[in-house]
Design a protein. Structure first.
Lengths: 724, 214
């Protein structure tokens, strides 16, 4: 093969048949176009599925109603800790309308939280399914339980793990003229509150063919799990998710409810839908674990953080309590000693939740940094700049400080007479968010000029569909809304799970490559007509033309008319040159605290976030707004509250678990860091959810002189602090 | 016993007597056992010629998006369930909580936003029901819908139909809402994705366009 050429496989559709052809094309190094050449990439683009969403046409899992569909409901253990002594489904099976009943927990099994799945039924209506649940006879042996983390820790007698040590904290604490802060910080267990609950519609199309519509962040993970559970080949299972109503980390697998739906469907010989009720979401669908961490930290008069010691514990129910030994967050410190212990409590297992651990790590660290700065009499922003190794964030600090008016603030906390007192606070975030291999882009060019791009991934609300359209539009010289994008079916091909903020950096390079390959094939047909070489051509604003000479061109449609009769299909793989991790961000909060009522109002957030090349600034800003909204909940109102003596969650409903709404969200100035020199795409979903609560807590201190070290910052805590 | 307690006891005693009187026909036993019967019992108490609904499925005529639709449902079916069920298949209104706490099920009832999950379908008879599917006429999206798309007033989109319906009702009632009025009017809706700021932008843009501006 001549140098500078590579082989690609192209599928030509001739007489209705796919014919795979290998061809040689110029091996142009993959690169995103520079800013001057970006006509679609980087332009604010409304979602291509937006009209479907505002007209009610977008189909979510609960909207799927195959003929003959049954409704499934799950029986949950009412006790926080019990052994299942017996389970009799016979009366349930005999109830009117009931077509299937299954056990989920085995007799003799230990059930570890109130709400754990025990059995399930499917019936011709939801009402009949609920009646049937009441007819299930389950007997339990009640076992001792504990839901309070303090009591559970004391009762467990467990010893903390080994210290993780770096340098010599003791020597650092003994250094002359250091300020020391010693305090305990706490953040609560919070939950995802996806607007669409978890659920699946399972339909056996044959004894060995399962089709499942699922509300999920990972169609392929769900497919693998279903195939494994039913001893099928992956090719015998199809998972569909064209639209889903939020996951935030809680929807990576089929869940007990999905497996139950599929089992019920198999037994009933009819499709079964299980969509969880809101209460079930609160008690059984995962959570963010709660850290309680005691920190002793020191800084010297030059403003260097010289020592950090922290130990703590937390609970993720019967699951992971997180990694709160990874402290301090962001800031460089030569001498550290940390340890952290998980405490098991009788609650459902925690799971990933938007930037797992980071909001808590940030709150703890940024509170300590703030306290050290004030103890030193140093500007908290200057103190951070001295200890933050991240160069990108140095720029972000300056931009954010200027926009919030940091230099104009009164450096003394509690400077206002009140009762409404204003203050400013700052906090930072760090995240990975690069791309991963494993996603294939599929591009079809039709003779009439229409373009289809298909990727076997899901759009969890972040704008993945539109990002795909933007990249294709950029590469092919078209408008994003001219591209037909198809996602959400495992049958399309492989794709990554949407988590870790990796989707855009995993998907867009694959689409780029597929479009590049498709372009090359098209150019090979056009070049003779324009009497040039393939590498001389480009796609530009609806034309296929010689670079720098638009007079030598065909329109896109004219070029496509040269394609084989059925068009061509081309694949493209992910390319590591086009994606990179490393996301720095910072947020500045302005709050107004009424020290007579305890109310904290977030007046304004200035958020400065880097996501390298911004594919779509319109949807990127939406991500920033969204992360901040979650951060406000973490800061001011969200926490899981227990009826400790009974081991039951008290606030398992939206009335009593308060998520931010229209009256709570501030004005957000979302600044996407302009970095024209970067040549890669990166993610953004999680970083904006990280620093908001910490910035708010710091702003509350600046406003009032009240340091709240325990989230959420409730009115009671403000009033208690005001009285002190 | 306080005066208030004895009054309450008296009230309860009277109610129970009346309740039993309403079932002098001896249908009390079976009526109590089914939910449909209990609904019937309350109606029996309330009106002079008792109208019993159920316990089996009942026919309904609903005026939905300008059309009369007939369907057969259990009497305890909510308006949301009736809309989203296999007969009408109007799945735009969503079930977010089934409890009147999230707003995802919002439809217009005689032009006022209501939570469809919090009312019985039978009680929507004789009223004009407008769902998100019925806002656009002649296939052309409304100014509110266009503004929501243009301003990215959505992310996952699950809460979007509810917001669009409420925003439409707001602007129909108050063509020039200020920021506070917009937040108050939409305060019955939860958006966990946090699209609020763009939603407010969209409502402001829609108001401008509807008032002849750009």
């Amino acid at each position: 093969m001549p140098p500078g050429m590579k082989k690609i496989k192209v599928t030509q559709v001739r007489e209705g048949h796919d014919v795979e052809v290998e061809m040689e094309v110029p091996d142009i190094p993959a690169a995103w176009p520079p800013p001057a050449e970006r006509r679609a990439l980087g332009k604010p683009t409304p979602r291509i599925e937006g009209m479907d969403k505002v007209t009610g046409k977008a189909v979510y899992t609960d909207d799927v109603l195959p003929p003959g569909m049954l409704y499934g409901k799950i029986l949950r253990c009412p006790h926080p800790h019990a052994r299942l002594v017996s389970l009799d489904l016979s009366r349930a099976r005999a109830m009117p309308g009931v077509r299937a009943a299954i056990s989920i927990a085995e007799v003799g099994a230990e059930l570890n939280y109130a709400g754990q799945e025990v059995a399930a039924v499917a019936a011709t209506s939801e009402h009949l399914a609920e009646e049937a649940l009441r007819a299930i006879e389950a007997k339990y042996e009640i076992l001792p339980f504990e839901v309070d983390v303090e009591k559970a820790r004391a009762a467990s007698g467990a010893t903390p793990p080994e210290w993780r040590t770096q340098g010599d904290v003791e020597a650092a604490f003994r250094q002359p003229d250091v300020v020391v802060v010693e305090a305990t910080y706490h953040a609560p267990v919070v939950v995802h509150v996806c607007m669409e609950t978890h659920g699946m519609v399972a339909h056996w199309e044959g004894p060995d063919r399962l089709k499942a519509w699922v509300s999920t962040q990972a169609i392929h993970s769900v497919r693998s799990a279903l195939a494994k559970a039913f001893d099928l080949k992956e090719s015998q299972v199809e998972v569909i998710c064209e639209h889903m109503g939020g996951g935030f980390g809680s929807k990576f697998g089929p869940g007990a409810e999905g497996l139950a739906a599929a089992r019920l469907a198999k037994e009933a010989g009819a499709p079964v839908k299980i969509m969880l009720e809101r209460q079930e979401e609160f008690i059984s669908q995962g959570s963010r674990p709660s850290p309680t961490v005691t920190v002793k930290a020191a800084a010297n008069r030059e403003g260097k953080l010289v020592a950090w010691q922290s130990e703590g514990y937390g609970t993720g129910g019967v699951g992971s309590a997180g990694s709160f030994q990874n402290l301090p967050y962001i800031y460089a410190c030569e001498n550290t000693r940390t340890r952290y212990m998980g405490v098991r409590t009788n609650a459902a297992a925690s799971c990933a939740m938007r930037a797992p651990d980071h909001p808590g790590l940030c709150f703890i660290t940024e509170s300590v940094m703030d306290e050290l700065a004030y103890a030193l009499g140093m500007d908290p922003l200057e103190f951070r700049k001295k200890n933050d190794p991240n160069e990108v964030r140095q720029r972000e600090y300056d931009i954010g400080a200027q926009r919030i008016g940091w230099a104009q603030r009164n450096p003394k906390p509690n400077a206002s007479p009140g009762p409404k007192k204003r203050g400013l606070g700052v906090a930072s975030s760090i995240w990975t968010g690069g791309g991963s291999p494993g996603t294939i882009g599929h591009v079809t060019l039709h003779r009439d000029g229409s373009v289809e791009v298909a990727v076997g991934v899901q759009d969890i609300g972040t704008g993945t569909r539109t990002a795909i359209a933007i990249v294709a539009a950029q590469e092919l010289g078209l408008n994003a809304h001219d591209i037909d994008v198809r996602i959400g079916h495992t049958s399309i091909g492989p794709g990554i799970a949407s988590g870790g903020s990796i989707t855009i950096a995993s998907v867009t390079p694959a689409v780029y490559t597929a479009c590049m390959n498709a372009k090359m094939q098209l150019f090979s047909l056009v070049a003779p007509a324009l009497r040039c070489n393939v590498e001389d051509l480009e796609c530009n604003a609806g034309l296929v033309c010689v670079k720098g000479d638009r007079s030598r061109s065909l329109t896109w449609k004219q070029a496509c008319a040269k394609l084989p009769e059925g068009g061509i299909k081309v694949q493209g793989e992910w390319n590591a040159d086009l994606a990179r991790p490393g996301l720095a961000g910072c947020q500045f909060a302005e709050v107004e605290v009424d020290v007579e009522t305890g109310q904290v109002k977030v007046v304004r957030i200035v958020a400065v976030h880097d996501c390298a090349i911004v594919v779509n600034p319109l949807t990127a800003r939406s991500q920033i707004h969204g992360g901040i909204a979650m951060g406000i909940g973490y800061a001011l109102s969200e926490e899981r509250i227990w009826d400790v003596p009974h081991g039951l969650i008290l606030n398992a409903r939206l009335e009593d678990y308060k998520v931010p709404g229209t009256m709570e969200v501030p004005v957000v100035e979302a600044i996407l860091l302009d970095r024209p020199e970067v040549t890669w795409v990166s993610g953004l979903g999680e970083p904006p959810a990280i620093p908001t609560a910490a910035a708010i807590a710091n702003a509350v201190y600046h406003a009032t002189g009240i340091r709240i070290r325990s989230l959420p910052i409730t009115r009671a805590k403000i009033l208690e602090g005001a009285r002190a | 016993m306080t005066e208030k307690d004895s009054h309450n006891q008296e009230t309860l005693r009277v109610s129970r007597r009346r309740f039993l009187q309403g079932f002098g026909s001896g249908l009390l036993g079976s009526a109590i056992l089914s939910r449909g019967g209990l609904v019937g019992a309350e109606r029996a108490q309330a009106s002079s010629s008792p109208e019993r609904l159920g316990p089996g499925p009942i026919p309904l005529r609903l005026n939905v998006n300008g059309q009369t639709r007939t369907l057969t449902v259990a009497p305890h079916t909510t308006l949301l369930e009736a809309l989203r069920g296999p007969e009408l298949h109007l799945t735009g209104a969503k079930r977010g909580c089934n409890h009147g706490t999230c707003g995802a099920c919002t439809v217009l009832l005689d032009d006022k936003p209501v939570y469809a999950c919090m009312m019985l379908a039978v009680d929507a008879q004789g009223k004009k029901i407008t769902t998100v599917e019925g806002l656009a006429t002649g296939g052309k999206p409304t100014v509110v819908q266009e503004a929501f798309v243009a301003r990215d007033a959505m992310q996952c989109g699950f809460c979007t139909p509810g917001f669009v319906v409420s925003a439409t009702a707001l602007l129909n009632r108050n063509p020039r809402p200020d920021d506070h009025e917009i937040r108050r009017a939409l305060a019955g809706h939860v958006c966990r994705c946090g699209a609020y700021q763009h939603i407010f932008d969209a409502v402001r843009e829609a108001a401008r366009r509807r008032n002849g501006g750009r």
